[in-house]
Design a protein around this ligand. Sequence first.
Ligand SMILES: Cc1ncc(COP(=O)(O)O)c(C=O)c1O
Length: 466
Amino acid sequence: MKMSNQELHAQFGPKLTGPLPGPKAKAAVEADSRYISPSYTRSYPLVAKRGKGLRVEDVDGNVFLDFAAGIAVNSTGHCHPEVVAAIQQQAAELIHISGTDFYDEHLTNLAAKLSEIAPMRGPHKVFYGNSGAEAVECALKLARYHTGRQQVIAFLGAFHGRTMGALSLTASKPQQKRRFSPLVPGVTHIRYPYAYRGCTGGPQEEEAYALGCARYIEEKLFKTILAPEEVAAIFVEPIQGEGGYIVAPTIFMRELRKICDRHGILLVADEVQSGAGRTGKWWAIEHTGVEPDIVCMAKGIASGMPLGICMSKASVMDWVPGSHASTFGGNPISIASALATIEILNNGAIANAAKVGAMILDRLNGWKKTHPMVGDVRGRGLMIGIELVKDKGTREPVPAVRNRVEYLAFEKGLIILGCGETSIRLCPPLIVSEEEATVALDILEEALTMAEEKFESTSAPVVAKS
Ligand SMILES: Cc1ncc(COP(=O)(O)O)c(C=O)c1O
């Protein structure tokens, strides 16, 4: 029997004990401001204590529905029992040995699994680090080493991490680079096919725009400032993450591949956020049929344990001992967690991401008609962006409204994050149920409606009273 909406919310919805933040959360936020680096960007005072599946309980006993998954990391949900068991078992057996200086079967066990699910044909080789940025650093160094070339191409809006090499590729927000120059030289940024902001009109124009973005490389860059034989790699997120959950059209990715093939350039897919099944396939690039030469993985691959992986075609990873290494990279506990994660993802979670993601997108697409500020809805699987605008004609960004929606959702017990200048991202664990998704969207819609109404009333022209 179908549940009523009320029953659905009672069973699957958040449970709040009082106004937020509660007293313990307030104290935690205060302590944080005393000790913790002020460089972090918190949108609201969520202070998590424990998590299970889609639910996060805070220090005051409030239970939230999590549609942010620790920035697209908790792919199997919070504390999946199989992941917890794998971690516990490994912790009791061996915590660290360092694959850099000693042989370790854990490294090869996971590499063999990754080789089975890689987005390019094998044989493959794998380098282990601890984060997304480290996976990207490795890819950058490897691309230079293998090709003997120095230049790289990346895209405006890209986020590849914050260590100096990865930061040099990042082009998401000025604050991420402010006062940190000089960065690694040799990076040229060009337009990403962000059709919603690049062109108006239908899909035809979208594709033409995307193709133009890719062709700019040969038609402009290679004829003006970059000698193609000096370019080592093109770094691309098949779906831009921090940049706004923007899907690169297939035609764009295929053109990049062709350009790389014509000039001996490596194509690096940064799948740190879009990978590990999030889009309903193992890797977002698989939706385009394009095979990269190098792929960067992190976030969801180990369900929250730190692990960054740079995987390449075996022929590309030809550097010699001493070229690159990491003391902690490929830690046995992170690997145990990754192996358990891969099992769970293969056994239904990726298929679920495709199914529930389609259901969410379907409902959100309706909001483009019913909500005055929903300008664009896009994504694949459970990597979904909603771009808010002041006016659908001008597409003027409204970051303040987006931030308000985030905060209102939090106050109603839904955890979401923003991305890009004016978008909301939805990236729940891949095990999310249709019921949980329905409840989350109900809450999000309430928050959105409140923010839109507030915007309407504050921006209405003031009528002079007589
Ligand atoms: C596409 C992409 N690459 C790299 C990174 C950096 O990962 P980390 O924060 O683990 O260093 C991120 C993080 O958001 C990302 O989204």
